[in-house]
Design a protein around this ligand. Structure first.
Ligand code: ZN
Length: 190
């Protein structure tokens, strides 16, 4: 009976690539593919207030915490901070290369979107982009920045994208595959 149902099970697993198949655990190592940085994560339970000590390549979470969920939240905030530092500069540079101007940028941790662009020119980027290869981050940035000219996915929009990223179709496909690079502890509850 199990054998009979295997194709069905496999098919449905493919539909939900982001769902962790096992328990989510805190990372011992974090690899930011986008910026080629690997951090070792140390957890030191202590008596003082929880603090994060950055000394590349080591990040230490030290202090008192009631649950692992507290550590997870602290790590998520830290990833957001890293993303702010790197993605803001990256976006500014790409916008200059494309000769477009945006109004503001915000960095969030989101489950379903890599980025967005509003009619007012506000760009929002997902902090999880740090876990993608750099050319796919660039792909997302070009996409959102092109929305400053075309707030739709019209033919004109895609041909503008193609000017800056000739391989955009291939990269669009790769972006879907790389969604699995985002670690479960970033998007799922511990
Ligand atoms: Zn779009």
């Amino acid at each position: 009976m199990l054998q009979k149902h295997t194709p069905w099970v496999l098919k449905h697993l493919q539909d939900i690539p982001n769902k962790p198949l096992h328990t989510v655990v805190l990372p011992k190592k974090i690899y930011f593919s986008a910026i080629q940085q690997t951090w070792m994560i140390n957890y030191e339970e202590g008596t003082g207030r929880l603090s994060l000590v950055e000394a590349y390549p080591t990040l230490t979470l030290r202090g008192k915490y009631e649950s692992e969920g507290v550590l997870q939240e602290a790590l998520k905030r830290w990833v957001k901070k890293q993303a702010k530092e790197h993605l803001r500069v990256w976006l500014a540079k790409t916008a200059a290369d494309m000769n477009v101007t945006y109004h503001a940028v915000s960095i969030r941790l989101q489950k379903r979107r890599w980025g967005s662009c509003s009619a007012k020119g506000n760009i929002s980027l997902n902090a999880a982009l740090l876990f993608l290869p750099d050319f796919l981050v660039q792909h997302v940035l070009i996409h959102e920045l092109t929305h400053l000219k075309h707030l739709n996915h019209s033919k004109a929009f895609w041909s503008e994208v193609e000017r800056f990223e000739p391989k955009y179709k291939e990269n669009r496909h790769l972006l879907k595959q790389h969604a699995k690079d985002v670690p479960a502890w970033l998007t799922e509850q511990l």
